[in-house]
Write a protein that binds this ligand. Structure first.
Ligand SMILES: [Zn+2]
Length: 155
């Protein structure tokens, strides 16, 4: 597929894209245009995006994006730790901090839809104790807290 130069220039502006390029070069992963575009769309969004919303935004850039290609691109970035899935919303956000954390935790505002990430590296002790008591081996985790953000709370 031919890529218009303006699109390439636009994609290169983003820090996350630069990181993605470095990553793919280092680990010999293919950095296809659909992968780049999907990552860029998620990075530019102020709110979590569902796969469907990503597909809709992609339609603004290219004529007929193929859903399986888009879903595979989403899956790729999630596996590589560039994006996180918010399970309760079925939507994706960009990872702002260092990749490949075992867990993710989000504060989700039910009014404006904003998402704040808490950068915990470890689970709270009470939870760790409980996991230990059950001799459960935790490999990854996700905590999603719904409520009101500070802006919505004060209005
Ligand atoms: Zn809010």
């Amino acid at each position: 597929m031919l890529v218009p130069m303006s699109n390439i220039a636009m994609l290169e502006e983003s820090r996350i894209i630069a990181e993605a390029k470095t990553y793919c070069l280092k680990y010999k992963e293919r950095l296809t245009l659909p992968r780049l575009e999907v990552l860029q769309i998620i990075a530019e969004s102020k709110k979590p995006l569902s796969a469907y919303a990503i597909l809709e935004k992609l339609k603004e850039i290219c004529k007929s994006p193929k859903p399986p290609t888009v879903y595979r691109a989403i899956c790729f970035w999630q596996q590589k730790g560039f994006i996180s899935r918010i399970e309760s919303l079925g939507a994706y956000v960009i990872c702002q901090v260092e990749h490949r954390d075992k867990g993710s935790q989000f504060m989700i505002c039910d009014e404006c839809g904003s998402v704040t990430r808490a950068n915990l590296k470890l689970l709270p002790q009470a939870l760790t104790d409980n996991i230990d008591e059950n001799t459960f081996l935790a490999s990854r985790w996700s905590i999603e807290i719904h409520g009101q953000c500070s802006r919505c709370k004060s209005t």
